[in-house]
Structures are given as structure tokens and as C-alpha cells.
Design a protein around this ligand. Structure first.
Ligand code: GLN
Length: 207
């Protein structure tokens, strides 16, 4: 399995080391052709307007949309904004997930904060026991609306949505690459494995 990290701007290096820690082959993606060699892609946090502008300049928008229609993409923070259909102001978006986001939704005083989240999808034992996921929010977007096939994965205690999934697409408002807890990365790798098995009948066959 090969995972790409979109390396136009933002904290792609942190995702890369998290994945390498899990023994996964990782490549940095800056050019459309580099998408061909990977099974899943992470779009990191950073500044969504900058990442979007660079993606337009590098002719990556259409290739990224086609990639996301077929294969898993996980967007963290700015990456989640790029995956959305609507960010309530004009900027380049991939529009792959049926979610709307509000950028910098948490206001000036609390631009950055941390919270313990319940994420039922991450429960590891058969009994569904789980420890909370400690999440770091940095000038984070809020997922305002989840529509159609998109589902909420996690909310803040007050009900505001901070993680969503639509099939093989994943969006988190926060930064799992910064806390050393690799459960979200492993969850994404599971989505990649499932999608690979669906599209490649030889996947899992030992030569
Ligand atoms: N505020 C940034 C944006 O709107 C996102 C911040 C982040 O990725 N940590 O794109």
C-alpha cells in the first residue's frame, strides 16, 4: 500500500512521519502524475486558500477530483475545507464531500484549543470500549452541515461536528498528526485497504 501526502503547503511532514511510523510507504505529491502511484491521499492542515491556489496553479484540481471519486482521501483541517462542497466564500474547493464548513469558526480568543472527543468509529475492542481521542484544533473549521451520504463521525460535547465520513472520504477539523495517537491514521489505512480490495481483485493474493 502506498499513501501520498499532498505537499503543496502545510504540515504534510507530520503526516508523513506518522505514516512511516506505521510502516507505510509514503510519497509527497506535488504533480498530477504522482497520484497514479498511490492508493490513498492525505490533504494536510495549513491554509486552505493557499493550498487551493497552488493546486490550481499546478493543474491538480481535476486530477485530485478524479482521484477522490475513485480512491480514499483524508483531509485534516485545511484539507477538510478543500474536500467540502461549500466553505461559504469563494475559493477553490474539490467539492468531493457533501458537507459545508465554516472556516475559522472558533473565534479569535480560542483560535487554538484541545478537546477529548468520543469517536465511536475508532473503538478497538469487540465491546466497543474506547478511550477518548485527544484532538488539537488550530484555527479550525467547523463542519456545519453533513448531507446525503456523508455521516458525522464525531462532535464536540456541545454537538458541533468536527469529523465526518462519506464512503472512502474522511474529513477532520483537527490535527491527529500532532498528538502521537495514530488511531485516525490507522482508521484511514483501513479505508484504503477496503477500497483497494474492492478495485483490485488481486489485492491480498500472496504471490
Ligand atoms: N484556518 C485555516 C483555513 O481556513 C485552516 C487551519 C489549519 O489547517 N490548521 O484554511
Amino acid at each position: 500500500m502506498k499513501i501520498g501526502v499532498l505537499a503543496l503547503q502545510g504540515d504534510f511532514a507530520e503526516h508523513q512521519s506518522m505514516l512511516e511510523g506505521l510502516g507505510v510507504q509514503v510519497s509527497q505529491v506535488r504533480l498530477p502524475g504522482q497520484l497514479e502511484a498511490i492508493d490513498g491521499l492525505i490533504i494536510p492542515g495549513g491554509e486552505s486558500t493557499t493550498i487551493g491556489k497552488l493546486a490550481v496553479d499546478f493543474n491538480l484540481m481535476e486530477p485530485l477530483i478524479s482521484f477522490g471519486e475513485a480512491k480514499p482521501i483524508w483531509g485534516t483541517c485545511a484539507g477538510a475545507i478543500l474536500l467540502s462542497k461549500d466553505a461559504r466564500r469563494p475559493q477553490p474547493l474539490l467539492g468531493l464531500m457533501d458537507i459545508s464548513v465554516e472556516r475559522n469558526a472558533f473565534g479569535r480568543q480560542v483560535e487554538s484549543f484541545e478537546a477529548d472527543l468520543d469517536v465511536p468509529a475508532l473503538s478497538e475492542s469487540r465491546k466497543g470500549e474506547q478511550r477518548p481521542f485527544h484532538a488539537v484544533f488550530i484555527r479550525a473549521p467547523l463542519i456545519q452541515e453533513v448531507r446525503g451520504e456523508a455521516k458525522t463521525l464525531s462532535t464536540l460535547p456541545d454537538g458541533r461536528i468536527v469529523a465526518a465520513q462519506e464512503g472512502h472520504l474522511l474529513a477532520t477539523s483537527f490535527h491527529p498528526e500532532l498528538t502521537g495517537d495514530d488511531r485516525f491514521h490507522r482508521y484511514f489505512l483501513q479505508l484504503v485497504e477496503i477500497s483497494k480490495a474492492e478495485t483490485d481483485p488481486m489485492a491480498g493474493v500472496v504471490e
